[in-house]
Ligand binder design. Structure first.
Ligand code: MTE
Length: 319
C-alpha cells in the first residue's frame, strides 16, 4: 500500500509546489506555519535542490575531522539500510525505488507545535554546513564522511518541546511498495531509534540532507536522516517520517530484536565488547589493503565534547 497523504495537514503548513526553488517563498511559508524564529535571511535558507547541488554551497564547519574522507563510492555502495536488503550492496542496488518527493514529517508528543510538516517547511530556515565526521558501525568497521546538514537542536527547538520531553524517537518510512526488505521480519518495522533530549540537542547531532555537497543518495537515507557521530551507526535513522517527543525511553528496533547485543545508548566504547566480537579496534574501509585497522576511540573520538552527557552513568551496564 502506498503511503496515504495525511488529511490532517493544515493549509497553512503546505508549501505550494511552485515555490520549491524559491527560498524567499519557502521562508514566508515557514513563517506562516509559525516555524521560523525569524533570525535568518532568505538567502541562507536550505532547500533540496533539483539538480543535486546545494546553492548556496554549504559552509565548511571548522570542527571537522582532518582524516581523509572515504570516496563517494565507498559511502554509497557499502550500506546498512535493511528496508532495501540485508547485504551491504543491496541498498545501492535497490533504493532507486524510494520516492523522496513529496516528503513530510509528522511531529508528535510532548511539544507545543505538533502536526505534519513538509520537508520544505522543515528545511526552510536552516543554513547548511559540511561536517566531516567519523562513522563507526557496530560491526567494527568505520568510514569518514563529509555530511551536509545542520544541528538537530535548531530543528527541535522550533517545535517547542515541553519539560516532559525527556526523549526523542525517530520513526522511518516503512512502505512495502518501495522497500523490498520490509517483507522480511529481520527487524521490527518501521525502523525506529531514540535519543535522550540531551543527546538529540547536543551540537554534534546533525540533521543530514546531503553528502559531498550533493543531496543524499537514497541508500544513505534520503531525503532526511540524522547522524550521531559518537554512537554506533545504527542510532542514525534514515528517511525519517516521524519525530516523537516523549517522557519515556522509546522503543528502538535493534534493542527490540536483540537487547543483549544492542543497548539503548550504544555509545562507541572500545572497552565494552559486543557479545560476539571485540569493539577494541575497527577496520577502516576504503584504500584497499593499505587502509588497515585502527584502535577504536572512546565515543568515536568525540569524548571531549560528549563525555559529560554520561557523568555518573555506568557505561558497561548502560551500553
Ligand atoms: N535507518 C534505517 N531506516 N534502516 C536501517 O537499516 N541502518 C543503520 C543506520 N540507519 C538503518 C538505518 C545502520 S546499522 C547504520 S551502520 C547506518 O544507518 C549506516 O549509514 P550509511 O549507510 O549512510 O553509512
Amino acid at each position: 500500500m502506498r503511503k496515504k497523504p495525511d488529511t490532517r495537514i493544515k493549509p497553512s503548513e503546505i508549501t505550494p509546489e511552485g515555490a520549491f526553488l524559491n527560498r524567499r517563498a519557502l521562508l514566508k511559508a515557514a513563517v506562516a506555519a509559525g516555524l521560523v524564529p525569524g533570525i535568518m535571511s532568505a538567502s541562507e535558507a536550505a532547500t533540496i535542490p533539483a539538480g543535486g547541488e546545494f546553492d548556496p554551497k554549504p559552509t565548511k564547519w571548522p570542527g571537522s575531522v582532518t582524516d581523509k574522507p572515504n570516496s563517494l563510492e565507498d559511502i554509497s555502495t557499502y550500506n546498512n539500510y535493511y528496508e532495501f536488503g540485508a547485504a551491504k550492496g543491496d541498498p545501492a542496488a535497490n533504493a532507486h525505488t524510494l520516492k523522496t518527493k513529496p516528503w513530510s514529517i509528522q511531529v508528535s508528543g510532548e511539544a507545543a507545535k505538533t502536526g505534519t510538516f513538509t520537508l520544505e517547511d522543515i528545511l526552510a530556515p536552516h543554513a547548511l554546513e559540511e561536517r566531516v565526521y567519523r562513522l563507526r558501525c557496530v560491526e567494527a568497521w568505520s568510514m569518514v564522511i563529509p555530511w551536509v546538514g545542520f544541528p538537530l537542536a535548531d530543528l527541535l527547538k522550533r517545535f517547542e518541546p515541553t519539560s516532559q520531553a525527556k526523549f526523542v524517537q525517530f520513526l522511518t518510512l516503512a512502505d512495502r511498495n518501495q522497500m523490498p526488505g520490509i517483507r522480511y521480519p529481520i527487524l521490527e518495522w518501521p525502523y525506529r531509534e531514540g535519543l535522550t533530549i540531551e543527546e538529540a540537542t547536543h551540537p554534534l547531532t546533525l540533521v543530514v540532507v546531503g553528502v559531498y555537497g550533493k543531496v543524499l543518495p537514497n541508500q544513505n537515507g534520503a531525503p532526511i536522516r540524522i547522524v550521531v557521530p559518537w554512537k554506533y551507526g545504527f542510532k542514525s535513522a534514515k528517511s525519517i517520517v516521524r519525530i516523537h517527543f516523549t517522557d519515556k525511553r522509546p522503543l528502538t528496533s535493534w534493542n527490540m530484536s536483540a537487547p543483549q547485543e544492542y543497548g539503548f545508548y550504544s555509545n562507541v566504547n572500545p572497552k565494552v565488547d559486543h557479545p560476539r566480537w571485540s569493539q577494541a579496534s575497527e577496520r577502516k574501509l576504503g584504500g584497499g589493503l593499505l587502509a588497515g585497522r585502527a584502535p577504536t576511540l572512546m565515543f568515536n573520538g568525540y569524548a571531549d565534547q560528549v563525555a559529560s552527557l554520561y557523568t555518573g552513568l555506568d557505561l558497561a551496564k548502560n551500553f
